[in-house]
Design a protein around this ligand. Sequence first.
Ligand code: ARG
Length: 464
Amino acid sequence: MKNVTWSSRFTKQIDAEVLEFSQSLSIDIVLYDVDIRVTIAHVEMLNKCGHINLSECKKILAGLRKVKKLADSGKLPWSVDYEDVHMNIENALVKNIGDLGKKIHLGRSRNDLVTTDLRLYLRDFIDIYLYKIRETKYVLATMAIEFSDSLFPGFTHLQIAQPVTFGHHLLAWNEMLSRDEQRLENTRKIINILPLGSAALSGTSLKIDRKMIAKKLGFDNVSKNSMDAVSDRDYVCDFAHNNAMIMMHLSRISEELVLWMNPQFGLVDMDEGFCTGSSIMPQKKNPDVAELIRGKTGSVYGSLMAILTLLKGLPLTYNRDMQEDKSLILESIDTTMACLSLLPRLIATLKLNKKKAEKMAGSSFSTATDLAEYLSKQGMPFRTSHHVVGKIVKFCEKESLELIDLSLKQLQKFSPLIGKDIFNVLGPEASVKARRGLGQTSPASVIKQADMILDNLKKYGFKK
Ligand code: ARG
């Protein structure tokens, strides 16, 4: 009879279409490794608490290791008849060591097992993500030093606003990723709680040692309410939210790259290995990777909404609906990981068009604020300075001049407070150099900030 696990209560075989419809093996098969890790810890606990003897324990552990080997080498005969990865592993064990294998499910249920497995699986991914994020930060901070004094146009409303250094822009991206890093570290703490021992929903009548399992599997603590423990998928939402935020950041970065690559901007060039051509227009070099990252962000947002919606109407405790969380979070992880992996490699290939960037940085009256601040330093109230400089800009616009093109005489017509030292202020280079405070755009501030980032990354193995 199909599905021996719960078949004795049934007189009828499960409908074949229902079996196919309800199986989760095709998705949760990736959990086999964590499922075996969890089962090993559970079996050792059963032995310590006297529910199985040492020789039984050893036989089961040897059997589990064999099952893992078979699975690793692709030789385990998986079957959807056993519904999911958990039942497949248990059945494979029984096939290998006989009825003794049937003892492993004592004191637990698939309800606490599946969420324990998933927590472990996601925790491992958080660690991989953290590495990738830090690697990207390393690339950005290293490049920021290289480009600490390279002028670049700073935009607001996508209009040239003020000159910045390219290094400063790269460090802005770094800050986004630092927040992602923090969020991931917080999510790791939320994930790292052991639900096993909650059994189906109410716990078990057996004496068990949950703390021992937690310690063996590296969980920080055990869950405190068995009903909540089997029903809680907040950590899946948190992970999906992390993915959404990371993708939002990567997408914004990608959008800038697409713009900068546009010949109208012509600010950077990307390595050809990261671009594609057109099937009809021979001249094209398109920033497809950046476009695809931007495009894939939508489906990652979608996974977050889908998981939240999946949970919103569920009563305590376990409901089969929850099985659907895995395909959603796994797909969202796949996409985010692929983007997290590619983007730093692409960024590392960027070539800055220094001439163009410098020219744009000094265009569109980008140092008008410097001029206003100059006047206020001579005692003029800022609102008045703003007004005076507005008039100067209007004049320049009419005459097709930049601020730096004006003579002292012309400038003094607008305010006698302007002296010849104004020419140390109006250039884009002077503008960025003057912004020396913490987190500002001067080359010195950028180097200081990038150094701090690199110092911090040392403890994760990234050499300066
Ligand atoms: N395949 C199920 C899931 O992923 C495992 C838990 C099944 N529990 C149950 N009572 N049917 O959620």
